[in-house]
Design a protein around this ligand. Sequence first.
Ligand code: GLU
Length: 550
Amino acid sequence: MSIRDQIADLAFPNANIDMLQALEEKIATRNLAPGQMVTRMAPSPTGFVHLGSIYMGLINTTLARQSGGVCMLRIEDTDQKRQLDDGIAQILTAFHTLHIHFGEGPVLEGAEKGDFGPYIQSHRKDIYQAYAKALIRDGKAYPCFCSSEELDKVRDEQTLKKERTGYYGKYARCRDLSDAEILQKLQAGASFVVRIRSNGSHENRMDVKDIIRGTRSVPQNDMDAIIIKASDGLPTYHFAHVIDDHLMGTTHVLRGDEWFPSLPLHMEMFYIMGWKAPKYAHLSPIQKMDGTAKRKLSKRKDPEANIEFFLEQGYPVNAILEYLLNLANSDFEDWRKKNPALPLADFALDLKKTSPSGALFDLDKLNSISRRIISEYSNTEAYDLALAWAERFSPAFYPRMANEASYIKAILNIERENVRRRKDITRWGTLQDDISYFFDDLFTAPDLATVTGKNPDVLKAVLSGFMGALEHATDRDAWWEATKAATDAAGFCSDTKAYKANPDAFHGSIADFMKIVRLALIGREDSPDVHEIMMVMGLEKVKTRLAKHM
Ligand code: GLU
C-alpha cells in the first residue's frame, strides 16, 4: 500500500471509494432530451420558511416543468448545529401548502421520491467522505491540522499586513506537509479538516458565466477551502453541492446571489473533480423599501419575510403565487391583462427577465392581486377556502363559518355573478370584519345624527320613506322606482342632473339618501349592492335595523 493510500485510509477508514463509479454511471439514466432542465431547490432547515425560499422554489419548479424536466428538493442540513428539529417538516409543509411540488426529494410521509437520492445531505455522508478520500489519495485534497487559534493568528497577521485573509498560498501551512508528517499526525489521532488543493492564482483572471448577469471576469480562486469539517466529518456547502449537483444530474443551479462570489471556487472544484459544471443563475433576494432606501427582506426585522405571515393573513395561495411570478418577471402583468382567465401555469417564465438588482416587495400589489383572485372564485370556492383558513387561524370565527354555511355562502355570492365582480374582499383574515354587519351580535348601530350631521326629522323621513318602498322589495326594478320616489318625497333628489344644477334646493342627492340608509342598515357608507344585501339578510332583519332609528 502506498503512503498516500495509507493516509486516505486513515483519514476515512470506513469510506468506500469503489461505490462511486456506480453512482456516476447512474447520471446517464436521466436520459435528458435537449433543453430539458434538471433544477433543484436546496433549502437548509435552519428556521422558518422565508418568502424568498418559496419564490426560489416556484422559479425552480416552473422552469423545470416548462422544459419537460424535473425539479428536486434537496435538504442541505450539513450544518448540524443550526438545524431545527422540525426544520425539514416545516419546509415540506410550506411547499406543499403553497402548491409547489417537486418531482424528487423527501416527502412528508413515507420514502423519498426519485432515483438519485438520498436527497437529505446528512444521509449522504458516506458519499462525500468517499470522494474526499479519493481526492486525498490523488493529492487533490489534504488533511489540515491547523487549530482555530493558529488560523486566528494567521488572520491577524494578514489583517495587519493588509493582505487578503484566508487559507491560501504561503498561508496554507498544511498544504506543504510531507506525506510522512501527515501519516504521523493521523496515526497520533490528530483532529483534521480536509481542504481542497487549489491550483489557482489570485493574479490570474477567469470568466464566470451567470444566466442573469452574463459573463464576468473575476480573479481565480486560490483558497484551499475546507471540504470536510473536523467536528462531524460532514462536508461544507461548497463540496456537498458540487458532488450532489453532479451526481443528481442538475443542469441549472438557481440560487441566492450571496453565492456569486464563491463561483470561482465552485468552478475550480468541478475542474478538480473532472466534471462539467451545471449552468448557474444567481438571483437577488426580494427587497423592500425601508424609508427611502431599498434593503433585502430581513428574517429578523420583517414579519413578511416568513411565508407563514401570508397564510395567517389569509392570502389565497394562488394570490401569493401570482404575486411571486409578478415579482419574478416584469412582463407578467401584461400577460395577465391579455389572458385574464388562463391558469398561472401557462405563463412562460423567463429567467433572463428576472431583475438582477432584486424585485421589490409591494404589499399593495399583493392586495390588489388577492382581491382579484378572490373575486374570481365561485361563492362555494371562496367559502371553502375561507373556512379552511378560519379552521387553522381563527378559532373565534371558525364556528360561525362552519355553522352558518348557507348564510355565509349567500353573503359571499353578493355581486359575485355580475360582469363586474365585487372586489371588496382582500384576504380571509379580514372577512369576518367585512361581513360582520350581517350578524346582529357583531353589529352596533351607529348614532345617525352624529355620523351624518343631519337633522333627526330628515333622517326619519329618509328611513320611513325607504321602509315604505320595501313593500316592492321582491321586484328589484319596482323597488328602485319606489325608492327614487321616496328620495324625492324626503326632500332629496333622485335625478343626478337636477341635483347638480341646484344642490342647495335639496337635502342631498340620491347617493346621500342611500348613504343614510346604508348607515342605518349596516353601519357603513360603502357596501356592495344594497338590494342584494337586503335579500340575503332577510326583510325582517332589515326592518328591525331601520326601525331602531325611527
Ligand atoms: N443551502 C443553500 C442555501 O440555502 C442552497 C444554495 C443552493 O441552492 O445551492 O443558501
